[in-house]
Design a protein around this ligand. Structure first.
Ligand code: IPM
Ligand code: MG
Length: 366
């Protein structure tokens, strides 16, 4: 019998993306050397790195190859070097193109507080202890992709910049299904975040959420306006379990939620698409960006990337046991007092990116 085999595309991207992708590689290589299945890792270019190499943030060939792979791991994209470029050519467009082309419409952004890191949060310990919430962000529609969009000249002295916030009921329905199913597998509490008092597209969002809820009578659905939700996230985050929201609100709320946990450097994410044959396609990436200010110094935190690898094993490769091992290793490294700079405090042991990757690997080996 032929051994199980998986093709994984790894796209380090820019800035610290490159450093943390190395640590992910190290981990995957080791796991694959011990496992009964084979993993083939292909490294690809995206973002600024791809602009420098191919003149575009995502080449057609790269897109074709990653489409064939079983899962995609992405570091981060962007940096000052490419900021002045035309909008369509910027590094971020590469990331957005992968999301759109692969139809990765459901973005899972968990915010979990690890006990040893409670003091890294700017909030009081009692507010965040035990926090475990999940933001499900719609990822391929809304204002990020709506047409028309652009910057136009009105007259010599005046321009207009515009974007369109649009959702079809079908787009809302499919993210609603994902959110309700996920809520069913957790505490059966779902909060839908919108701005239905001002924006028609999210008034429709709310209607579809209510309609879908009829299929899930066991799930307690609540609604919140986004301004209130951002306030509640900081005031009393433990009132939430699963949050479902639009592309842009999810972008903003997930950065906010990530800081509840102490560092943006700790949060993994999964972006999942399900085609009409029920097949899953998924990309895994840390929530943090390319952090050009600290890149190249070996101080970045690889844990969000490592936890993203864990999500990949669970969701794309169906290896929950391995995912749990990775999560436990991260927890245990933190319990032993090892920290990268972003989560460091005085009585702890400061590690470089590379050393942190090694420590996690050591734990797993045990
Ligand atoms: C994110 C990022 C991206 C987004 C950028 C890099 C395009 O902020 O994944 O949250 O806005 O979606
Ligand atoms: Mg963001």
């Amino acid at each position: 019998m032929q051994a199980e085999s998986y093709n994984i595309s790894i796209l380090p991207g820019d800035g610290i993306g490159k450093e943390i992708a190395k640590e992910a590689r190290k981990l995957i290589d080791w796991i694959s050397s011990k496992a009964t299945f084979n993993i083939h890792l292909d490294e690809e270019y995206v973002g600024g790195a791809s602009i420098d190499k191919y003149g575009t943030p995502l080449s057609d060939e790269t897109l074709k190859r990653i489409r064939q792979s079983d899962a995609i791991l992405l570091g981060a994209v962007g940096g000052p070097k490419w900021e002045k470029m035309d909008f369509e050519k910027r590094p971020e467009r590469g990331l957005l193109k992968i999301r759109k082309e692969l139809d990765l419409f459901a973005n899972y952004r968990p915010a979990i507080v690890f006990d040893p890191l409670i003091d890294s949060s700017s909030l009081k310990p009692e507010v965040i202890k035990g926090l475990d919430i999940l933001i499900i962000r719609e990822l391929t529609s809304g204002i990020y992709f709506g047409e028309p969009r652009g910057i136009e000249k009105i007259n010599d002295k005046n321009y207009k910049g515009f974007n369109t916030l649009v959702y079809t009921s079908k787009e809302i329905e499919r993210i609603a299904e994902v959110a309700f199913e996920t809520a069913m597998s957790r505490s059966k509490k779902l909060c839908s975040v919108d701005k239905a008092n001002v924006l028609e597209s999210t008034e429709l969002w709310r209607e579809v959420m209510i309609e879908t809820s009829k299929k899930y009578p066991k799930v307690e659905l609540s609604h919140m306006y986004v301004d209130n939700a951002s306030m509640q996230l900081v005031r009393n985050p433990k009132q939430f379990d699963v949050i479902v929201t639009t592309n842009m609100f999810g972008d903003i709320l997930s950065d906010c939620a990530s800081m509840l946990t102490g560092s943006l450097g700790m949060l993994p994410s999964a972006s999942i698409g399900i085609n009409s044959n029920g097949q899953k396609k998924a990309m895994y990436e840390p929530v943090h960006g390319s952090a050009p200010d600290i890149s190249g110094q070996g101080v970045s935190n690889p844990l969000a990337m490592i936890l993203s690898v864990g999500m990949m094993f669970e969701y794309s490769l169906n290896k929950k046991v391995i995912a749990e091992k990775i999560n436990d290793a991260v927890r245990s490294v933190l319990e032993k007092g090892f920290r990268t700079k972003d989560i460091y405090s005085e009585d702890k042991i400061l590690l470089s990116t590379n050393e942190m990757g090694d420590k996690v690997l050591e734990e797993i080996k045990e």
